[in-house]
Write a protein that binds this ligand. Structure first.
Ligand code: COA
Ligand code: AMP
Length: 631
C-alpha cells in the first residue's frame, strides 16, 4: 500500500465533518450547506441540514449545464425483447421533465409518495427521476414480489399514485402486472386512486378508466417541468426491505447526503471517470439497482447500462460478455450468483472467447458472500481484478471494499476487504467489548454513519432506534457477524437474524413462516435457508400438521408452496415444504432452526443441551433424506 487509502480513511474517521464538507463541494446545491452534521438528537444524525438541492438536477441538468448534454447517459438493452436504445443527457432530461409534468397533472407534489412497480425498462428510470424532479418520494417495488407485498408497501407509504407497465418478461414467462396491481389495490386499506400504465408494444392490456391512465395519454397535456428546491434532509425515496417479521422496513434516503456520498463512490470505490461506461446487472427494485443502475452513475455523469435480461438463458451464457463488448463497459457490478450461473452453464468460457473485452477493467460483486471458487474462476477467465464488497439496503453504498480509485489493495479470498472511508467498523462481543483481531462477533459501525445511509425508517423512528441503534450503545448494528483480521480486512460470515440471501435477494424466513402458518392444516412450522450451489441459499419449510388433518401430505406441501408464491412472490424461490411429525425444540419451546440448518448443510453441530427430545433430530434427518435435501 502506498498509504493513500490509510490517509483518506483516517481523515474520514477523525474528522468526518471536514472530510464530507470538502466532498460536498462536488455536487450542485441551490444553497450550500453551512451546517455539515447535526448531532444533537442521537441516534438521529442529519447531514448538510441547511443545504438545498435536487436529486434530478444532479443526475441530469448539471451535466447539461456543464456542456455534456449530448453525451450518452443511459443505454437500454433488452435481449429478451430485442429492444435497444441510447439516451443522451438532453434526451433523458426531456423525457423526465415531461413525465414530471404528467405526475403534477395527477396532483403529485413535493413529499407525496409514488409507487413504481415496473420491469427493467427506461420508463422506470424516467419515473424515478421525475419523482426527484418535483420532490415526490418514490418507492420502487421489485417486480418479482406478489400482490400482498405490493399492498403492504402501499399501505405503509400511503402512496398517492402507482406507476406500472402492462407486463415484464422473464425467460419463458410473461409477468402480467395488471392482475397483480388490481389485487394489491383491493387488498390495501389505503386507497390509491390513479395508476399510470406503460403499455409495452404488442403486450397492451385493457385499462380500467378512470382509475387507469395510459402513460402516453398522461403525457398529452404535460408541461416541461423544472427541478424544485429540496431541503437536504427531505427524502428522495423509501425502499422497503425484509425485516424479521412480515412487516417490511421502509428504509429512507435523504436527498443531500445521498447525492454527495454516491457521487464520491463512483471514482473512489469503482474508479469510474466521466467518459466511462458502467454497468450494474441488478434490478431497479433492489438497492444495488437504485444506487448503481440509476443514481450514482448519473450523479457522476458517466454512462449507465440498463439490462433487461439474465446472465444465462437470454439467450445464452455469453449475454454479459456481449453487453460488455458492445458498449465498451469498463466495470460491471453484479451478485456472485450471476457468475455461478454462468460458470455452471459455461465452465470453460466458450462463450467468453467470442467477444472482445479489451475495455473491461474490473468486476465488483456484492449482495451475498462471494465464494472463493467463483472469484478465482472469474479472475482466471476475465484476467481483471474481481472485487468482493459488502453493503446493505440500509447503507446504500459499500461499507467495506477495495477502493480501487484510491488505492488498489491485495485480495484476500473470502474477505470483503477493508472499511470504506466514512465507516468506522468494529466487531463487538455480546458484552459490548471490542473483539480481538480474528475473533468472531457482531459487526457494527460507530455512529454517526456517513452521508447517504438511512437517517431513520419511514414513519418508524422507534423501530429504527430499537432495531438498529440500541443493542450496542453508540453503534449501528448491521446484523452481520464475522471478524476483522490483523490487516483490517473484514470477513462477513453470516447474518445474526432470520434474513437469508437467495440469489442475492434478501428474504426473511420469518415472513415465509407467517405465510405457512396461515395454512389451515398447519399447526407450526420452521423455515430455514439451506446452502445452494447456484443461489447461495434456498428456503425450505418444515411443517407440522394439526391433529386430525386427513388431507395427504403431498397436497398440503403443494398448497404451502403456492401460498408463498402468491403472497410473497416467485422471487422467494420457495419450492420445498416438508410435512414432518414434530419440530425439535429447546425445553423452553424455542425451535432449533440453527441445528436443523446445520444438519441439512452437513455441518458439524453440538447436540443442544436444552433439547427436549434428541430423537426428533434423527427423524428430521430421515425426512430431509427422503426429500433429497440431505444426500
Ligand atoms: N419480475 C417477476 N418475476 C421475477 C423477477 C421480476 N423482476 N425476477 C425474478 N422473478 C421470478 C423468476 O421468473 C423466477 O420465477 P419462476 O419460479 O417462475 O421461475 C423466480 O422469480 C426466481 O427468480 P431468480 O432469482 O431470478 O432465479 P432464476 O432461477 O430465474 O435465475 C439467476 C437464477 C442466478 C440467473 C438469477 O437469480 C440472477 O440473474 N441473479 C442475479 C442476481 C441479482 O440480480 N441480484 C440482485 C441483487 S444484486
Ligand atoms: P441487501 O440489503 O439486500 O443488500 O442485503 C444485505 C445483506 O447481504 C448484508 O447484510 C449481508 O448479509 C449480505 N451481503 C451483502 N454483500 C455481502 C458480501 N460482499 N459478503 C457477504 N455478505 C454480503
Amino acid at each position: 500500500m502506498s498509504g493513500n487509502y490509510k490517509k483518506i480513511y483516517e481523515k474520514s474517521i477523525n474528522n468526518p465533518e471536514e472530510f464530507w464538507k470538502d466532498i460536498s463541494n462536488d455536487i450542485f446545491w441551490f444553497k450550500k450547506p453551512t451546517q455539515i452534521l447535526k448531532k444533537n438528537n442521537h441516534p438521529f444524525y442529519k447531514w448538510f441540514t441547511d443545504g438545498v438541492t435536487n436529486t434530478c438536477y444532479n443526475a441530469l441538468d448539471l451535466h447539461i449545464d456543464q456542456g455534456r448534454g449530448d453525451k450518452i447517459a443511459l443505454i437500454y438493452d433488452s435481449p429478451i425483447t430485442g429492444n435497444k436504445k441510447k439516451f443522451s443527457f438532453n434526451e433523458l432530461k426531456e423525457k423526465v421533465s415531461k413525465f414530471s409534468g404528467a405526475l403534477k397533472n395527477q396532483g403529485i407534489n413535493k413529499g407525496d409518495r409514488v409507487i413504481i412497480y415496473m420491469p427493467m425498462i427506461p420508463e422506470a428510470v424516467i419515473a424515478m427521476l421525475a419523482c426527484g424532479r418535483i420532490g415526490a418520494v418514490h418507492s420502487v417495488v421489485f417486480g418479482g414480489f406478489a400482490s400482498n407485498e405490493l399492498s403492504s408497501r402501499i399501505d405503509d407509504s400511503k402512496a398517492k399514485l402507482l406507476v406500472t407497465a402492462s407486463c415484464g418478461f422473464e425467460p419463458g414467462r410473461t409477468v402480467e402486472y395488471k392482475p397483480l396491481v388490481d389485487k394489491a389495490l383491493k387488498l390495501s386499506s389505503h386507497k390509491i386512486k390513479k395508476v399510470i400504465f406503460y403499455q409495452r408494444q404488442g403486450n397492451e392490456v385493457k385499462l380500467d378508466a378512470p382509475r387507469d391512465i395510459d402513460w402516453n395519454e398522461a403525457l398529452v397535456n404535460a408541461q416541461d417541468t423544472d427541478c424544485v428546491e429540496m431541503n437536504s434532509n427531505d427524502y428522495a425515496y423509501i425502499l422497503y426491505t425484509s425485516g424479521t417479521t412480515g412487516i417490511p422496513k421502509g428504509i429512507v434516503r435523504d436527498i443531500g447526503g445521498h447525492i454527495v456520498a454516491l457521487k464520491w463512490t463512483m471514482k473512489n470505490i469503482y474508479n469510474i471517470d466521466l467518459d466511462d461506461v458502467w454497468w450494474s446487472a441488478s434490478d431497479i427494485g433492489w438497492i444495488v439497482g437504485h444506487s448503481y443502475i440509476v443514481y450514482a452513475p448519473l450523479f457522476k455523469g458517466c454512462t449507465t447500462v440498463l439490462f433487461e435480461g439474465k446472465p444465462v438463458g437470454t439467450p445464452d451464457a455469453g449475454a454479459f460478455w456481449k453487453i460488455i463488448s458492445d458498449y465498451k463497459v469498463k466495470s460491471l457490478f453484479t451478485a456472485p450468483t450471476a457468475f455461478r450461473a454462468i460458470k455452471k452453464e459455461d465452465p470453460d468460457g466458450k462463450f467468453f472467447s467470442k467477444y472482445d473485452l479489451s475495455s473491461f477493467e474490473s468486476l465488483f460483486l456484492a449482495g451475498e458472500r462471494a465464494d472463493p471458487d467463483t472469484i478465482k474462476w472469474a479472475e482466471k477467465l476475465l484476467k481483471v481484478p474481481v472485487i468482493d464488497h459488502w453493503w446493505q439496503t440500509e447503507t446504500s453504498w459499500a461499507i467495506s471494499s477495495n477502493c480501487t480509485g484510491i488505492e488498489m489493495q491485495e485480495t484476500k479470498y473470502g474477505s470483503a476487504c477493508r472499511a470504506v472511508p466514512g465507516y468506522d467498523v468494529k466487531v463487538l462481543k455480546s458484552d459490548s467489548s471490542v473483539a480481538k483481531p480474528n475473533e468472531m462477533g457482531d459487526i457494527v459501525v460507530k455512529l454517526p454513519l456517513p452521508p447517504g445511509t438511512f437517517p431513520t425508517l419511514w414513519n418508524a423512528d422507534e423501530r429504527y432506534k430499537k432495531t438498529y441503534m440500541s443493542n450496542y450503545e453508540g453503534y449501528y448494528q448491521t446484523y452481520d457477524a464475522g471478524h476483522i483480521d490483523d490487516d483490517g480486512y473484514i470477513w462477513i460470515m453470516s447474518r445474526t437474524d432470520d434474513i437469508i440471501n437467495v440469489a442475492g435477494h434478501r428474504l426473511s424466513t420469518g415472513a415465509i413462516e407467517e405465510v405457512l402458518s396461515e395454512h389451515q392444516s398447519v399447526a407450526e412450522c420452521a423455515v430455514l435457508g439451506i446452502a445452494d450451489k447456484l443461489k447461495g441459499q434456498l428456503p425450505i419449510g418444515l411443517v407440522v400438521l394439526k391433529a386430525g388433518v386427513t388431507k395427504d401430505n403431498d397436497t398440503i406441501s403443494k398448497e404451502c408452496i403456492q401460498m408463498v408464491r402468491d403472497k410473497i412472490g416467485p422471487v422467494a424461490a420457495f419450492k420445498v415444504a416438508i410435512v414432518i411429525k414434530r419440530l425439535p425444540k429447546t425445553r423452553s419451546g424455542k425451535i432449533l432452526r440453527g441445528t436443523i440448518r446445520k444438519i441439512a448443510d452437513k455441518e458439524e453441530f453440538k447436540m443442544p443441551a436444552t433439547i427436549d427430545d434428541p430423537v426428533i433430530l434423527d427423524e428430521i434427518k430421515e425426512d430431509l433424506k427422503n426429500h433429497n435435501i440431505l444426500k
